[in-house]
Design a protein around this ligand. Structure first.
Ligand SMILES: Cc1ncc(COP(=O)(O)O)c(C=O)c1O
Length: 391
């Protein structure tokens, strides 16, 4: 047989999905496994959103949508949301594309700006999919390493160190998966000043926007002066409305880039699902109390988990400011993060994601989700306390 794709063969499979699959298989085989590897809210999609989808199906929204890049009420609802919540003014007709999930909007953003040889900076620890997506879109991924000992802080100097004449864009995720960090004003200003100084595009992944703790304010990069014309914002309903399975995200930004993104969307996936788009209108226009209640629950779980993990000898866990992941490390252990995750599942029945999946600076860590019921989290702490000395 002739050779398969070198490009696709060069990227690793998604480790987060692989660990989740392994945990599910062990559970199915009768093992008592606490699944802390996934990134899927344990809440159900709010009823008023599900009802809107059923209604849309009954009304015949089972054909191709028009326009394919997003039905008009949804484009308008997204533009309204981004103006009110994010301080970003958009033209719904030209500045937004609706996608089947936030992940695809990241790939569209990269594809629309990339040429061979272009470098894209990403901040490490990094969500597993960014580097492979940069590669698949024809670019070269370049890591900006953020040290755990400095609370994964972003500084202008750390960014500048990796900039070359080929640097095209910078990817930022706030609130962050896997570290739980949220951009401070200082970090925000550093990113803005470097992007303006070096004429970079910024891909701002704000998918965890609503999951933010202790009254912190989410800062949208597209809202800063001079950033609207260079920022591509990624968002969606997967996390905010517990709608991972509905596959609904969007890309928003400057019209010339969005024109290419819409073209690419049309020539690949065609569109998001029609009735999902109708449900999304209901989600964006509906009451915000369910989203708020989910965030409050995540915050309560964090308030329990962080001190509980730190009370275990040999476990260190930084506090988190947003998203729903903890990123503990095991300072006495000599194991790699992959070995740690393996030992956790074998010895304690806890499924986690090895920190190394998020880049070299994730080594020594594992990622636990707190998008899991409190009793499972309590069980995980008990199990971990019993085996921590063996790690
Ligand atoms: C940082 C980050 N960006 C984007 C996504 C994509 O979300 P979606 O399920 O909407 O494709 C995820 C999902 O886990 C994520 O963690």
């Amino acid at each position: 047989m002739k050779e398969l794709s070198r490009l696709v063969s060069s990227i690793p499979p998604s480790e987060t999905l692989a660990v989740s699959d392994k945990a599910k298989a062990l559970k199915a085989a009768g093992r008592d496994v606490v699944a802390l590897a996934g990134g899927d809210p344990d809440f159900d999609t709010p009823d008023y959103i599900t009802a809107a989808a059923f209604q849309a199906i009954e009304n015949g929204a089972t054909h191709y949508p028009a326009p394919m890049k997003g039905i008009t009420p949804l484009l308008e609802a997204i533009a309204h949301k981004m103006e009110v919540d994010n301080g970003v003014k958009l033209n719904p007709g030209s500045d937004i594309v609706v996608t089947p999930g936030g992940k695809w909007s990241i790939f569209l953003a990269l594809s629309a700006i990339m040429n061979p040889g272009d470098e894209v900076l990403y901040l490490e620890p990094v969500w597993v999919s960014y580097p492979p997506m940069i590669t698949l879109a024809g670019g070269t991924p370049v890591a900006v390493t953020l040290p755990a000992d400095d609370n994964f802080r972003i500084t202008a100097d750390r960014l500048r160190e990796k900039i070359t004449p080929r640097t095209k864009a910078l990817m930022v995720n706030t609130p962050n998966n896997p570290t739980g960090r949220v951009l401070t004003q200082e970090e925000y200003d550093a990113i803005v000043s470097v992007a303006l100084e070096y004429d970079l595009y910024v891909i701002a992944d704000e998918i965890y926007e609503t999951i933010i703790f202790d009254g912190r304010k989410h800062l949208s990069l597209a809202a800063a002066p001079g950033m609207g014309e260079r920022t591509l914002t990624i968002n969606g309903l997967s996390k905010s409305h517990a709608m991972t399975g509905w596959r609904l995200g969007w890309l928003a930004g400057p019209a010339p880039i969005l024109k290419l993104a819409a073209q690419m969307n049309g020539q690949t996936v065609s569109s998001a699902a029609n009735f999902t788009m109708h449900a999304a209108v209901a989600a964006l226009k509906g009451p915000r109390d369910t989203t708020r209640a989910m965030t409050e629950a995540y915050q309560k779980r964090r308030d329990f988990m962080v001190p509980a993990l730190n009370a275990i000898d040999g476990v260190e866990c930084m506090d988190i400011e947003g998203a729903f992941y903890l990123f503990p490390r095991f300072p006495n252990s000599t194991r790699t993060s992959a070995e740690l995750a393996e030992a956790l599942i074998e010895k304690a029945g806890i499924a986690s994601v090895p920190g190394g999946a998020f880049g070299k600076s994730g080594e020594g860590h594992v990622r636990f989700t707190i998008a899991t019921a409190m009793n499972d989290l309590e069980k995980a702490v008990d199990k971990l306390a019993k085996v921590a000395h063996e790690l």
